[in-house]
Design a protein around this ligand. Structure first.
Ligand SMILES: Nc1nc2c(ncn2[C@@H]2O[C@H](COP(=O)(O)OP(=O)(O)OP(=O)(O)O)[C@@H](O)[C@H]2O)c(=O)[nH]1
Length: 397
C-alpha cells in the first residue's frame, strides 16, 4: 500500500473507532445498568487499539503483534455479537463464538509457520470474521424484531459480512489469475474495515435510539402506580383489538371499581389507599388469561378487555378476582376494614366501538354498586347499533 494511504488508515480507523467508543461511553453513563453498552465501549476501544497494533505489525513485519491484532479483531467483533444478544435478552452463543475464535487462531498459527502462508492467513482470518457475522445475523433473526430499525442493523451486518467475504475472494481470485494482489487487498481491507466499523456503530446507535423511543412510548401508556395500562394506553390497545377481532365469539369488557375507596383513604391514609390499588391490580393481572388488556382508567376504576377466545369466562374471571382480592384485602388495612370491589361485564356486539362497550360495562358496574357493592353484574346483549349508546337491561350475575 502506498505510504500516504497507509498513514491515512493508520490515523483514520483507530480515531474513528475511538470516537464511537467515546459515544457509547457517554451513553453508558446515562444508563449504567445496560451492560451491553459497556461491552460496546470495550469493543470499540479494542478495535481502535487493534488497528494500531495491526499497522505497527505490518510496518515491522512482527508476527507476534500480527497474531495479537488478529485475536483482537476477532474478539472485538464477537463482543458486538455478545452486546447485541444481551440487548435482545438472548443468551449469547459463547461456545460457538469460542469455537470460531479457536479454529481461526489455530489456522492462522498453522499458516504462520509456513513461509508462504500470507494468502492463506488472509483467507482464514476473513472467514473467521465472516462466521462471527453469521452468528450475529442468527441473533438478529432470533430476536424476530420487526422494527425497521432492527432490520436496518440486520442489513448492516449483511453488508459487513459481504465485505469480509469479498476479501478472501480477492486473494483467491488474484492467485487464480496470477495477479499481484497485496496493494488492492490492503486498500480494500482498510476501506471495508472503516465501512464495517461505521455501518455497525450507526446500526447499533439506531437500535439503541429506537429502544429508548419504545421505552418512552410504553411509559406514556403505563400507569406508574399499578404498572397497568393507563387510560390512553388501554383505549389505544383495546380499540386496535376490537377492530381487528374476527372470532365468532364476542370480546368482553369487565369494568371494576373499588368500593368505598374514599373511606379507605380517609381512614387509613393515601398510602394505604395506594397499597389497596396495587394489590387489586395484582389480582387483576394474576387471574387474567394470556393477551388480556388491563387498564387503570383513573382513581379506583379499572377496565379489563378479554379477547374473544377468553370472553366466555369473563364472569369466572371476575369471580376469581373478587375471591382472591377478598382473601387478602383485610390484611392491607390491618384487618380494620374489608376493602371490596364491584364488577360490571358487557360482551361486544358485532361492530361495537370501544366507547359503546365501555359505556355498557360501566352501566353494569353502576348496577352492581346499586345492588350493594362487592358483586358482579352483566349487561344483557343489546341490539343497539354500533357506536350508539343504548341503555342495556341489567341482571345480577
Ligand atoms: N390513594 C389513592 N387514592 C386515589 C387515587 N386516585 C383517586 N383516589 C381517591 O379515590 C377516591 C374515589 O372516591 P369516590 O369516587 O367517591 O368513590 P368511592 O369512595 O370508592 O365510592 P364508590 O365507588 O361509590 O364505592 C377519592 O377519594 C380519590 O381521592 C390514587 O391514586 N391513590
Amino acid at each position: 500500500m502506498s505510504k500516504e494511504l497507509n498513514i491515512v488508515f493508520l490515523i483514520f480507523n483507530p480515531i474513528m473507532s475511538a470516537f464511537f467508543a467515546a459515544g457509547f461511553y457517554l451513553l453508558w453513563r446515562t444508563q449504567k445498568k445496560s451492560r451491553f453498552i459497556a461491552i460496546l465501549v470495550f469493543s470499540y476501544l479494542m478495535r481502535a487499539l487493534c488497528f494500531l497494533i495491526l499497522y505497527v505489525s505490518l510496518k515491522y513485519s512482527d508476527m507476534v503483534l500480527r497474531q495479537i491484532s488478529n485475536a483482537m479483531i476477532l474478539i472485538t467483533t464477537a463482543l458486538l455479537v455478545i452486546a447485541y444478544a444481551q440487548r435482545s435478552h438472548q443468551a449469547p452463543r459463547f461456545k460457538l463464538l469460542a469455537f470460531i475464535f479457536t479454529v481461526t487462531m489455530a489456522g492462522l498459527q498453522y499458516f504462520m509457520s509456513m513461509d508462504s502462508g500470507l494468502q492463506e492467513r488472509g483467507v482464514v482470518i476473513n472467514l473467521g470474521l465472516f462466521a462471527i457475522f453469521l452468528v450475529f445475523l442468527g441473533h438478529i433473526r432470533k430476536a424476530g424484531d420487526e422494527n425497521p430499525v432492527a432490520q436496518f442493523l440486520g442489513i448492516q451486518v449483511v453488508i459487513a459480512g459481504a465485505m469480509t467475504l469479498a476479501r478472501p475472494l480477492i486473494i483467491l481470485g488474484s492467485a487464480f489469475f496470477e495477479m499481484d494482489y497485496p496493494d488492492f487487498y490492503w486498500i480494500f481491507t482498510s476501506v471495508s474495515d472503516a465501512i464495517v466499523s461505521v455501518a455497525l456503530a450507526v446500526g447499533i446507535f439506531a437500535v439503541m435510539a429506537s429502544d429508548v423511543m419504545e421505552k418512552i412510548k410504553a411509559e406514556a401508556l403505563t400507569d406508574s402506580l399499578s404498572g397497568l395500562l393507563n387510560r390512553r394506553g388501554f383505549e389505544k390497545r383495546a380499540d386496535a383489538v376490537l377492530f381487528g377481532e374476527t372470532s365468532d365469539r364476542p370480546a368482553a369488557m369487565v369494568m371494576c371499581d373499588l368500593d368505598h375507596f374514599k373511606k379507605i383513604n380517609d381512614s387509613f391514609g393515601h398510602l394505604a389507599g395506594d397499597r389497596v390499588i396495587r394489590a387489586f391490580s395484582d389480582k387483576l393481572k394474576e387471574n387474567a388469561p394470556p393477551r388480556t388488556l388491563i387498564g387503570r382508567l383513573g382513581g379506583e376504576e379499572f377496565a379489563v378487555f378479554l379477547m374473544a377466545d377468553n370472553s366466555l369466562s369473563a364472569r369466572k374471571y371476575a369471580q376469581d378476582v373478587q375471591a382472591s382480592f377478598n382473601a387478602i384485602s383485610a390484611g392491607l388495612v390491618n384487618g380494620e376494614m374489608h376493602p371490596t370491589a364491584s364488577f360490571g361485564i358487557a360482551y361486544a356486539n358485532e361492530g361495537d366501538g370501544l366507547f359503546h362497550l365501555l359505556d355498557r360495562s360501566d352501566r353494569a358496574l353502576y348496577q352492581a354498586k346499586k345492588q350493594g357493592r362487592n358483586c358482579i353484574c352483566e349487561a344483557e346483549a343489546d341490539s343497539g347499533q354500533a357506536g350508539v349508546p343504548a341503555l342495556p337491561e341489567l341482571r345480577p350475575a
